[in-house]
Design a protein. Structure first.
Ligand SMILES: Nc1nc2c(ncn2[C@@H]2O[C@H](COP(=O)(O)OP(=O)(O)OP(=O)(O)O)[C@@H](O)[C@H]2O)c(=O)[nH]1
Ligand SMILES: [Mg+2]
Length: 305
């Protein structure tokens, strides 16, 4: 399956929401009047693009319709496609530095999909021929360590872990030493879920970052904030709050498949904290896609046929 088809499958629920209006009108060969435009506006809001963003998008759409003297579904699709693409911007892929250690540090609130994404990423980079190591720096629960162990076996990646209750920064220290000694390409660090306002937990994250800065001084490090699309507009608040406490290099937007809230990607891009670099579209090992704005937008809107 190509990346577009994967996005399309993953975005089924959001796509249904937005295309229902557009395609229904198309079939009736009708024109978009005020009432139909309002329905379209409502479905964009329901997809969690954010009310203010939808206001802007609709205003621009209406201005475009007026200027072009068009009120048909094709024009509207085209206009939305252009607007969404502009908001999402260019594809921003993480690049690994050759012959050097690269580190992904995954952070985020409880249940966002950090551990699962660590496993999927390990698999993805193993498939690309990279030497990948996973580090279980969520030491709060035994289950968290076991969960990452299962993923490491699935992906065929080495796991570094300690016992429950160990200092997460110490596990990270171990993992870095081991990864450096054996010339690993990529170290992926799983951390415990935390809220940005839990001071002790944010201090723990700082400590992990200090260990990375000191022990892996030459490494390329990406701090990746994992965001659950199911949280819709709350996900935005989380992204803002987290990034204010801890600088973030990229976002992993998970569970795009789980609801019709795929529009949150547009809202996230608009606040421009960090680019969305990966998208989770399921629970399987292959269900993490490099975020491709073009494929995403194409998958969100009905096909022009
Ligand atoms: N449908 C779907 N489910 C996902 C996706 N990513 C993660 N999940 C599910 O979300 C649940 C939580 O995922 P975890 O990876 O355990 O989340 P976490 O952030 O590590 O959670 P904590 O360690 O408890 O903070 C699991 O049931 C995953 O299978 C996704 O992209 N799509
Ligand atoms: Mg976890």
């Amino acid at each position: 399956m190509g990346i577009f088809d994967k996005f399309k499958a993953g975005l089924t629920k959001t796509r249904n929401l937005i295309t229902a209006q557009l395609q229904g009108i198309k079939l009736q060969l009708g024109k978009f009047d005020e009432a139909k435009l309002e329905e379209l506006e409502y479905s964009l809001i329901r997809s969690d693009m954010g009310a203010a963003n939808v206001d802007e998008i609709m205003a621009s759409l209406k201005a475009g319709m007026k200027a072009a003297g068009r009120d048909d579904a094709e024009f509207i699709c085209q206009n939305l496609q252009e607007q969404f693409s502009k908001i999402l911007g260019e594809k921003k892929e993480l690049s690994l530095q050759e012959n050097n250690l690269n580190i992904f540090l995954l952070i985020g609130v409880n249940g966002a999909g950090k551990t699962t994404s660590c496993g999927k990423l390990a698999h993805q980079y193993m498939e690309k021929g990279k030497q990948v190591m996973l580090c279980a720096a969520d030491t709060f629960r035994a289950a968290a360590i076991e969960q990452l162990q299962v993923w490491s076996e699935r992906a065929g990646a080495k796991l570094i872990s300690q016992t429950i209750g160990s200092d997460p920064a110490a596990v990270v220290y171990d993992a870095i030493s081991s990864a450096k000694a054996r010339n690993y390409d990529l170290l992926i660090i799983d951390t415990a879920g935390r809220l940005h306002n839990k001071k002790n937990l944010m201090q723990e994250l700082d400590k992990i970052k200090r260990v990375i800065a000191k022990e892996a001084a030459g490494a390329r490090v990406y701090t990746l904030l994992v965001i659950d699309a199911l949280n819709g507009q709350n996900a935005l608040a989380q992204a803002v709050n987290f990034s204010e406490t801890c600088p973030v290099d990229g976002l992993i937007l998970t569970k795009l498949d789980g609801s019709g809230k795929g529009g949150v990607a547009i809202a996230l891009a608009k606040i421009n904290i960090a680019p969305i670099v990966f998208a989770g579209v399921g629970e399987g090992i292959d269900d993490l896609l490099t975020f491709d704005p073009q494929a995403f937008v194409k998958a969100l809107l009905p096909e022009n046929d």
